[in-house]
Design a protein around this ligand. Sequence first.
Ligand SMILES: Nc1ncnc2c1ncn2[C@@H]1O[C@H](COP(=O)(O)OP(=O)(O)OP(=O)(O)O)[C@@H](O)[C@H]1O
Length: 376
Amino acid sequence: MQTKENAIEVRHLYKKFKVVYDKPQTLKEQIISFHRKKAEYRSVLEDICINIKKGETVALIGTNGSGKSTLLKLMTKILYPNAGELKTYGKLTSLLELGAGFHPDFSGRENIYFNASIFGLTRKEIDARIQDIIDFSELGDFIDNPVRTYSSGMYMRLAFSVAINVDAEILLIDEILGVGDQYFQDKCFRKLEELRDGDKTVVIVSHSLDTLRELCNRAIWIYKGKVQMDGEPNEVIDAYLQQVILDHKADSKNQVIEKKDKYVGHMVIDFPQNGAVLSHNEKLKLQGWELSDCLHARLEVMIDRQEITAIDRIERADLLIIYENQFGGYATNPTPGFHAEIDVADLVNGTHHISVKVYDENEQLLCMEERKFELI
Ligand SMILES: Nc1ncnc2c1ncn2[C@@H]1O[C@H](COP(=O)(O)OP(=O)(O)OP(=O)(O)O)[C@@H](O)[C@H]1O
């Protein structure tokens, strides 16, 4: 049922794409492909339900391949859903693929007429505003050159200028905020702010999250084909970023489990300091930590040639936070710290060596540190 203020209504929308395999080259591949079941489909959007009200400026966010552009294309009717309904109310224009809709051999000026007339503007109406469009695009004399000679930035400037001048009530924009030079980006941003503050409905797909925080009054996060969150942009973007970190960790971990053969590690002995002096009736306190991207790393502590096995492992939440970027999901060891109180009563007076080494699961040395101490 149409609600009067809705500009876009998406009801139980499903979209899937056929998975295309390379053509079989060899007889073996032909036989395998012959036996393959019917065409396979990949589901991109599942049961999407969204109402976008007139006048809203909405960000669509999500990781690469999450279906944001697909949803915009469905709104534009470049694509059609496999199930569900999508309705738009009002004149709609979209900036999707750069320069789509431009004829490469026509000049910029001819393309303005061509494009604007598609949006229902009469020749007279276009005449009245063509100078505004050209001025906004800043193409100057280039406006009379064929658009095939334009750079991608010039294409974008022309496309944006046309799109904001065809009296559309709904503007769909895909990743335009990152194209073109900074000056033009700022200009687009200010224009979009104007549109937001007017009564236009704008839907923007972008990875420029800070811009979206400033520009939009609503954000919708698409995750694994579904609407994961819909609401105030800062809240939605923060939750999205949190999930990106978690997913990155899980990916990294899988990579380690699956096929990693070269590891990196880091290890620090906090104390004793080099040259520490102690007597026979004292215990030698050893403390430090090690982190690596190897799931089954082994710590080895030696005093001279004697291995010390009574080592306590301790939690170091601070390290997992500090080294998150470096080790991401690899640093799965919840107890990267180590601690021991070592009896030195049986050692002779003089200089002794402590060495701490970390080995990966292939017994390759990942990192090591050494200390000397004096026993008196
Ligand atoms: N015409 C198509 N045929 C087959 N698969 C497609 C088609 N269009 C998109 N896809 C697939 O659908 C998924 C979603 O693509 P889409 O471009 O909508 O993602 P996106 O969220 O916009 O990603 P990005 O942030 O990288 O632009 C991707 O896996 C993509 O490969």
